[in-house]
Ligand binder design. Structure first.
Ligand SMILES: NC(=O)c1ccc[n+]([C@@H]2O[C@H](COP(=O)([O-])OP(=O)(O)OC[C@H]3O[C@@H](n4cnc5c(N)ncnc54)[C@H](OP(=O)(O)O)[C@@H]3O)[C@@H](O)[C@H]2O)c1
Length: 253
């Protein structure tokens, strides 16, 4: 196999959560271009249908499943649907997430819990469901954030805790499922990528962080998705338990 062939994911089945917008769309499209069929989960099914169109335009099959990752039964149903339609799950991209910013002395329990419920708990429910059916050679990629490693000037206790939690979850699942199940588990820590999440920042916020962008620009979702393809493929076959930072250099500032 040539080195470039080792990046291909022909006929693999990939589950992408949060596939209705932003980075989830980039992941779905990239994995389809790499040869995989893609199972798309999120709450907005109309938007999932648009992502499915992109997967099909790349010549691969898509399955859309209405999924709220905060509900464990819906996470199990997403993976059950993938198994019923395709008979296997080779890759999970645990990408669904929400971002909030509340000063710590004013954040309510509901506000804090709602972020942890989606970003951390939701990722675990989907990983559990996948871990029950994945065969040796499979791979899980959890989407963390640079906010799991550093700060960025906003009051984001819930978001940062959820993303630091994802990094711990990644380490532990990697050690539980490595030799025993042959499943590699890694995380991505993206810096700033323009999506609906970053569109919610107040005017001037991104500009206030611009001095930390060593490459002088925001990231492109295709650059993050290409890293995920590498991690999920045979090319990344000896990488597990790691958090790969894709941030244009932000975390060295
Ligand atoms: N953009 C960045 O700069 C950046 C940086 C670091 C990390 N990230 C991480 O990247 C991931 C994707 O974010 P994004 O930037 O692409 O933002 P986005 O465009 O807002 O996408 C978020 C996705 O998560 C889904 N989602 C939210 N709550 C959900 C729930 N309860 N159940 C199922 N799906 C849910 C949304 O779908 P529905 O609303 O249709 O359910 C949507 O598809 C997140 O984990 C985020 O924390 C982003």
């Amino acid at each position: 196999m040539s080195v470039l062939d080792s990046f291909r994911l022909d006929d693999k089945v990939v589950v992408v959560t949060g596939a209705s917008s932003g980075l989830g769309v980039s992941f779905a499209q990239a994995f389809a271009e790499a040869g995989a069929d893609v199972v798309l989960g999120a709450r907005r099914v109309d938007r999932l249908a648009e992502t499915a169109g992109l997967v099909e335009a790349a010549g691969r099959k898509a399955l859309t499943v209405a999924t709220d990752v905060a509900v464990p039964e819906q996470c199990q149903a997403l993976v059950d649907a993938a198994m019923q339609t395709f008979g296997r799950v080779d890759v999970l991209i645990n990408n669904a997430g929400v971002g909030t910013a509340h000063p710590a002395t004013r954040e309510t329990p509901e506000q804090f819990r709602s972020v942890i419920d989606v970003n951390l708990n939701g990722a675990y429910w989907v990983a559990q469901a996948c871990g029950r059916v994945m065969q040796p050679g499979s791979s899980i990629i959890n989407v963390a954030s640079v906010l799991g490693i550093t700060t960025a000037g906003l009051p984001q206790a819930a978001y940062s805790a959820s993303k630091a939690g994802i990094i711990g979850l990644t380490r532990d699942l990697a050690q539980q499922w490595g030799a025993r199940k042959g499943i590699r588990v890694n995380a991505l820590a993206p810096g700033f990528f323009k999506t609906e999440m970053t569109d919610e920042y107040k005017p001037g916020y991104l500009e206030s962080q611009a001095h930390r962008l060593i490459l002088g620009r925001l990231g492109d979702g295709r650059e993050l998705a290409a890293t995920a393809v590498w991690l999920a493929s045979a090319a990344g076959g000896y990488v597990t338990g790691q958090t790969i930072t894709v941030d244009g250099g932000l975390t060295i500032t």
